[in-house]
Design a protein around this ligand. Structure first.
Ligand SMILES: Cc1ncc(C[n+]2csc(CCO)c2C)c(N)n1
Length: 224
């Protein structure tokens, strides 16, 4: 069994909880409160800035020129396409570029991004891939599931998000990360696979926390 299949099967219970989080379900139904999505957009912008750094670290840790080039182009498209889309999309919710630039990360955004960067900086390529994969993979699946809900992809507010993450481009990125992780773990020991599984489990859990943070608009509780 490929390592990605093992991960996907083993983590189904948490994976399902992520996909059935009220934030995700209400986005599909189009009933999600705009304020919650607004909170999400701002935090997700901050998240993407840090996430993009993982692609830069991936380029530095790549063991061949083709992989290095692929990480470099993911870094380029995240910085120059996905984030520009985010800025434009944010305007529809009345979020200005200044607000995005000046926003403070929530505790969950800080914890999630710092965890991924810690793993990316201190581990090898397989650790980095295990940390970044749940993000690409679960958004791809969520995008596809929501796109299958009648009318969801045409919703005036959330349709664009659903169309973006169910697009072929994101599918390819997720698939490339999956294939590369399978490739680099081809002859890994069981002990190594278990360590990688823990990393994948942690970022899968962080995906849940990120939806939950946005749904509850959770900043530092002691500042309220
Ligand atoms: C919390 C959070 N998790 C995952 C993504 C999705 N995502 C971020 S980068 C990337 C891949 C390539 O650009 C994908 C699919 C997100 N936006 N926010």
């Amino acid at each position: 069994m490929k390592f990605s299949e093992r991960l996907h099967t083993k983590l189904q219970p948490i994976w399902r909880k992520n996909h059935s989080h009220p934030f995700v379900v209400e986005m599909g139904k189009g009933t999600l409160a705009e304020e919650k999505f607004r909170f999400f957009m701002v935090q997700d912008y901050l998240y993407l800035i840090e996430y993009a750094k993982l692609f830069a670290i991936g380029a530095a840790k790549a063991e061949d020129v083709e992989t290095m080039g692929r990480f470099a182009s993911l870094l380029d498209s995240t910085m120059n396409e996905e984030m520009a889309l985010h800025r434009q999309y944010a305007k529809q919710f009345g979020i200005t570029e200044k607000e995005l630039e000046e926003a403070e990360p929530s505790p969950t955004t800080l914890a999630y991004t710092h965890y991924m960067l810690h793993v990316g900086q201190n581990g090898g390529l397989s650790e980095l891939l295990a940390a970044l994969l749940p993000c690409a993979w679960s958004y791809w699946e969520i995008g596809r599931e929501l796109a299958a809900v009648p009318g969801a992809a045409d919703h005036p507010l959330y349709g664009e998000w659903i169309r973006m993450y169910s697009s072929e481009e994101f599918a390819q990125t997720a698939q490339w990360c999956i294939d590369l992780l399978d490739d680099v773990t081809g002859d890994a020991s069981e002990l190594t696979l278990q360590k990688l599984e823990k990393i994948f489990l942690n970022t899968t859990r962080f995906e849940y926390l990120f939806w939950d943070m946005a749904y509850n608009e959770a900043m530092w509780p002691m500042d309220e």
